[in-house]
Design a protein around this ligand. Structure first.
Ligand code: ZN
Length: 458
């Protein structure tokens, strides 16, 4: 059906969505039309709702965000919405009804949407080919990336092959056609009736003559008859599209995400977004050179990181060994201190005992592993005897850390732990050996003093 046959003759009624100038002439950036109505008051978003006779600003739909633009240079259009087959422009100021409005579209935003949306049609068309069998169930775009939801995940080899084909078709500059159908597509929103019951269809055509001239550059087998176009994609769509694939510039397929059963989300970028992404990645790579101390540039990054990781692993090993030695020295010091100040005496029943004694220890640059090593050494050296209690903690004053309280008597350990939890923000438990983790070491001094008083009160 010819488009002009569908156009309304009335100058006072709105051109319906489906026949808008932005849809049949998407490359038009400036356009004059008539203001049909304007709301008296602004809406919740503080914008006026304006009905224009026709528009070059696309109303949001089919996964494509709405256009931005201006009316008569200084009134900004911040939103365009479809209501059934009519369209409403949301503007920053009211406009007089009946006057002529000069529209200008934010072309950078619009062209980006055209590239991504037409690119999506091409990406979906290729993955739907029988050799891949990945149907598109949904698509979406945000400010920097687009994605298609596919019925199954393509293999890495298939993704690479499809990307090569996508960019080959762009180089071949296949045409993109807009046609109409009277058959209502099942995917359309219910309130979209189609102007006069007619629906827009986007077709991407494969140009057989371009392929033939690639295969036979010398034209040794000239054919009078044109081979013509065959349909690559046929999809109902209200969006704005590029007129031929060269305007996509390029398509880069990105990563996949698994969702809902076997479905997968495949991310991609088209045209300028691919260049923007390349610039961003290039900048990050460049900025990494001084951070990694790799003046040789990106080619040396992997070697540098492998070398740095190896050095870091060796340092960790060294620190572990040194801490073990420190723990051993510490326990040796305690052994001689306890031998002198808290001797163990044998009782008549064969058991041993000692006077009450508290050993307090805190080190802020170690962790639970270190306290574990100390506790093991205390056992190995048979220092946990009599009425001795060890209260050991680790970690930064502000960030807190682990604590171990150990002694021969469960009851004595429990008593001290109860007192400690009153003075420090700490949670823990355990029999014989009480273990906890604090949120800070504020109150440690008072906890030590309280523990000291408790031990000697025995
Ligand atoms: Zn579409």
């Amino acid at each position: 059906m010819r488009e002009d046959a569908l156009t309304s003759n009335s100058t006072t009624s709105q051109v319906p969505v489906g026949l808008l100038t932005c849809q049949h002439t998407p490359y038009l950036r400036q356009f004059n039309t008539t203001v049909l109505s304007c709301s008296k008051k602004p809406n919740k978003q503080k914008l006026y709702e304006v009905q224009l006779q026709d528009t070059i600003l696309f109303p949001e739909g089919g996964g494509q965000p709405c256009d931005f633009g201006t009316i008569n240079e200084n009134i900004e259009v911040k939103n365009v919405q479809r209501v059934g087959t009519s369209h409403v422009h949301h503007t920053t100021a009211p406009i007089e009804e009946g006057i002529e409005a000069r529209l200008e579209v934010d072309w950078k935003r619009r062209f980006d949407h055209m590239q991504q949306h037409s690119g999506q049609h091409l990406v979906s068309a290729l993955f739907e080919q029988p050799e891949y069998g990945c149907d598109t169930l949904a698509w979406g775009m945000n400010a920097t990336r687009c994605h298609v939801e596919l019925s199954k995940a393509p293999t890495p080899e298939q993704v690479q092959e499809v990307e090569e084909r996508l960019n080959l078709y762009i180089r071949r500059n296949y045409p993109v056609h807009v046609t109409f159908t009277e058959e209502r597509p099942a995917t359309l929103p219910k309130d979209y009736v189609g102007p006069n019951g007619v629906f827009r269809v986007i077709e991407i055509m494969e140009d057989l003559d371009v392929i033939a001239s690639e295969q036979d550059p010398l034209n040794t087998n000239p054919s009078e008859k044109k081979r013509g176009l065959v349909r690559l994609d046929y999809n109902p769509c209200c969006g704005t599209h590029v007129k031929s694939l060269k305007d996509l510039q390029c398509i880069k397929l990105l990563h996949q995400e698994k969702i809902r059963g076997n479905n997968c989300r495949l991310f991609f970028v088209c045209g300028q977004r691919a260049l923007d992404l390349l610039q961003e990645s290039y900048q990050v790579t460049k900025d990494l050179a001084p951070v990694l101390s790799a003046p040789g540039g990106p080619e040396t990054y992997v070697d540098t990181i492998v070398k740095n990781q190896k050095a870091a692993r060796e340092t960790v090993k060294q620190v572990k060994n040194l801490l073990k030695e420190i723990a051993a020295y510490q326990v040796r010091d305690w052994a001689s201190e306890l031998k002198e100040k808290n001797p163990i005496a044998s009782q008549e029943d064969g058991k041993t005992t000692s006077a009450p004694y508290l050993v307090k220890y805190h080190r802020d640059d170690v962790d639970m592993d270190f306290l574990g090593v100390i506790t093991a050494l205390l056992k190995d050296n048979d220092l946990i005897q009599g009425q001795r209690i060890f209260i050991l903690s680790a970690g930064d004053k502000k960030e807190g850390g682990p604590m171990i309280i150990v002694g021969q008597s469960d009851e004595a350990v429990k008593k001290i732990a109860t007192e400690v939890t009153k003075l420090i923000d700490i949670k823990g438990g355990g029999k014989g050996r009480w273990q906890g983790k604090s949120k800070s070491w504020q109150g440690l001094d008072s906890a030590w003093a309280a523990a000291e008083a408790l031990v000697h009160a025995e």
